[in-house]
Design a protein around this ligand. Structure first.
Ligand SMILES: Nc1nc2c(ncn2[C@@H]2O[C@H](COP(=O)(O)OP(=O)(O)OP(=O)(O)O)[C@@H](O)[C@H]2O)c(=O)[nH]1
Ligand SMILES: [Mg+2]
Ligand SMILES: [Zn+2]
Length: 309
């Protein structure tokens, strides 16, 4: 990385990246190894989004008295990923500076929902991440038609699609190539195979699989640990509990249309500058839906999400 070498900063400060956050303790990877750090009371944020320090955040740490490290400042985030907080409709950022959001759906068991897929694609795009759709469980009997339909639909919508099976290994070379190329997170409903896919990439991760019912988590004290895992063959993957419900609270209604990749060529040419592409006359997006350039399912997801913002 070499981020710190020769950097003009206060003496004793070094740069690093947060790779784990448990309670008030942050593990920070620096050029000179991994250290634990706490937060300075008055934290300096370079970026516009003060809040919690999360995995992926790039920080400056300084050695305090007795050799303990303190996070002094947080750099502006390049990308962010958020999900709904447990209560209310407030989305909180759970990871920063990741390159890619892999939206995982299974072709069967559980059945895929296009609206859920679209929400997660929007979340990734709105946070500035590159998004890809992973269609998992393609080994399941009778899943060919669903796979073909979704692959066709999302490729047509300008989204890269991977078809995988964590069980047979089908499509895993392409999946590995993406995972090892940068930093990513996997999002998708419970049971689609997110942990299984990561275990297939790196068995030593030994992530817990099989479906965990929502009910069984209730009553448990949730000591939530988020980690940014460095993979043996390169790349990092975020391991954050509860990625089945990504939050759209941080998305501005006026920016939602940009999060639908295939809408972009039509934006800016509607009759009204502030066109919402729902009911307005002379709307280029609605015209594109009418003549088949935009799929009605995608436009339906857009309308549903817009109504919530
Ligand atoms: N047939 C088949 N089953 C799979 C595949 N991938 C995962 N499974 C099974 O699907 C179930 C759920 O897989 P997990 O990896 O636990 O799913 P997850 O997305 O991590 O689920 P949560 O952690 O609850 O969000 C397990 O029983 C897996 O063995 C696959 O490619 N094919
Ligand atoms: Mg899992
Ligand atoms: Zn419009």
């Amino acid at each position: 990385m070499g981020v710190n070498a020769g950097r003009a900063g206060a003496p004793g400060t070094r740069a690093g990246q947060v790779i784990e956050a448990v309670g008030g303790v942050y593990r920070v990877r620096t050029d000179e190894g991994i250290v634990e750090a706490s937060l300075r009371g008055r934290l300096k944020w370079t970026g516009p989004v003060p809040g919690k320090v999360v995995i992926g955040d790039r920080v400056e740490i300084v050695a305090g008295t007795g050799g303990a490290f303190v996070i002094e400042s947080v750099r502006e985030r390049r990308t962010f990923l958020s999900r709904w907080a447990s209560s209310g409709r407030i989305a909180k950022v759970v990871a920063a500076n990741l390159d890619t959001l892999l939206v995982v759906a299974s072709v069967a068991d559980p059945r895929p929902s296009r609206e859920v897929i679209d929400r997660m694609l929007v979340m990734g795009a709105s946070g500035g991440m590159e998004v890809r759709l992973v269609l998992n469980k393609v080994d399941l009997v009778g899943s060919r038609a669903v796979q073909a339909e979704l692959e066709g639909a999302y490729r047509a919508a300008g989204c890269a699609v991977l078809a995988t099976s964590a069980v047979t290994g089908k499509g895993m070379e392409a999946f590995r190539a993406v995972i090892h190329a940068g930093s990513s997170a996997l999002a998708g409903p419970s049971g689609v195979g997110k942990s299984s896919l990561l275990n297939a990439v790196e068995p030593s991760l030994d992530l817990r699989t099989r479906r965990v019912g929502r009910r069984s988590r209730i009553g448990k004290h949730t000591t939530v640990s988020s980690r940014l895992i460095a993979l043996a063959d390169g790349g990092h993957v975020a391991d954050t509990p509860g990625f089945s419900d990504v939050g759209l609270g941080g998305v501005a209604a006026a920016e939602l249309d940009r999060c639908f990749a295939e809408f972009r060529p039509f934006l800016g040419t509607c009759h009204f500058k502030d066109c919402t592409h729902v009911h307005e006359p002379d709307c280029s997006v609605l015209a594109a839906v009418a003549d088949g350039h935009i799929q009605p399912e995608r436009h339906r997801s857009y309308r549903t999400i817009l109504a919530e913002l």
